[in-house]
Design a protein around this ligand. Structure first.
Ligand code: NI
Length: 279
C-alpha cells in the first residue's frame, strides 16, 4: 500500500480544495499521516483523521521554527511563524484521540535563525523543547517524527545534537523525516535504531550524496513521504505538492536500488503500518 508518511493537508495551502485532494487520495487507496507543526495545526490534523478514519492519521507536535517569531521563506511559500511555548500537558490531552499515531514533527532546525536571537539561546531553546517532545513520546508510547536541519556549511551539528538527546533519553522509536543529509549521518541513526524517510528531494538533480544514502539504507528501514505542500518531486516541481505524488518518491527509490516499484510500495507501506501501528 502506498502511504505518505508525512504531509500537511492540515495547512492553509489546501483550504480551497481540500475535498478534491482528499478524494484523489481515497480513489488511489492511499493512506496519509498529517503532521502538526504547532498546536493549531496539530488539532487540525486530529480533526482530519476523525473525518477520514482509515485514510488519514495524525501526528502532533511543535516544530522548532515555531519557537520564535520569524519570517520563513519555505520553497517560495513564505509564511510568518507565531511563537509557541511547548506545553506537554496540552499535547498529551490532544493525544488521547485514538487517531494520533505519533508525536512530531519535533526536532532541531539551526537553518532558520532570526537575526535578533543569539545562537546559543536559539539552540538551547530548541534542545529543551525537543527533549520535552521525546519525553512525551516515551510516556505515551508513541513514535516520534524527527525534523532536523543544519545551517549552510554546518549541516551535521544538529544531527549530532539530536542523537545525543535521544541517546540520553534512551529512546529510538523515531523516524528521521525528510532526510537530506549524507550516508554517514544516516548510518549513525540506523545503527541507533531509527527509521529514515525520504521526500521528493531524492528526485532532484545533483543530489549525489543523498542518492548514496537511499541506496545504502535497507529497504525495511525506509519510508517515503511528500512533506506536502512543500518539496514537489522533479516531475511536478514548482507545483503545490500533494500526497499522491509520493509515488514519484517510491519510484526513485526503486530506480536507485535497482528493484521494482511494487517492491518499494509494498515494503515501505508495511514499514509505515508497523512503525505507526496503523489500523
Ligand atoms: Ni513537514
Amino acid at each position: 500500500m502506498l502511504i505518505d508518511t508525512h504531509a500537511h493537508l492540515n495547512f492553509s495551502a489546501y483550504k480551497n480544495d481540500l475535498d478534491e485532494v482528499m478524494q484523489r487520495i481515497i480513489d488511489d487507496g492511499m493512506r496519509v499521516i498529517n503532521v502538526g507543526s504547532q498546536y493549531s495545526t496539530s488539532e487540525r490534523a486530529v480533526k482530519l483523521a476523525n473525518e477520514h478514519p482509515g485514510v488519514c492519521y495524525a501526528a502532533i507536535g511543535l516544530h522548532p521554527i515555531h519557537l520564535f517569531d520569524m519570517e520563513v521563506d519555505e520553497a517560495e511559500m513564505p509564511f510568518t511563524t507565531r511563537q509557541e511555548k511547548f506545553s506537554a500537558e496540552r499535547y498529551q490531552a490532544l493525544a488521547r484521540d485514538p487517531h494520533v499515531v505519533a508525536i512530531g514533527e519535533m526536532g532541531l532546525d539551526y537553518f532558520h535563525r532570526p537575526p535578533k536571537i543569539k545562537e546559543e539561546e536559539f539552540e538551547r531553546a530548541q534542545r529543551w523543547t525537543f527533549l520535552k517532545g521525546v519525553q512525551l513520546a516515551m510516556k505515551l508510547r508513541l513514535p516520534i517524527i524527527l525534523h532536523c536541519r543544519g545551517a549552510k556549511g554546518d549541516e551535521h551539528r544538529p544531527y549530532l545534537h539530536m542523537l545525543k538527546v535521544l541517546k540520553e533519553a534512551g529512546y529510538s522509536r523515531g523516524v528521521l523525516h525528510c532526510f537530506t543529509a549524507d550516508w554517514p549521518i544516516a548510518k549513525q541513526f540506523l545503527d541507533a535504531g531509527f527509521m529514515i524517510s525520504f521526500t521528493g528531494v531524492i528526485t532532484y538533480p545533483k543530489t549525489k550524496l543523498l542518492e548514496e544514502a537511499v541506496k545504502k539504507t535497507p529497504l525495511d528501514r525506509l519510508m517515503v513521504e511528500t512533506d506536502a505542500p512543500y518539496l514537489a518531486p522533479q516531475m511536478v516541481r514548482g507545483k503545490r505538492n500533494e500526497p499522491r505524488f509520493v509515488r514519484y518518491v517510491a519510484d526513485r527509490v526503486a530506480e536507485l536500488k535497482g528493484i521494482t516499484y511494487e517492491e518499494v510500495e509494498e515494503q515501505t507501506g508495511k514499514n509505515a503500518t508497523e512503525f505507526f501501528r496503523l489500523r
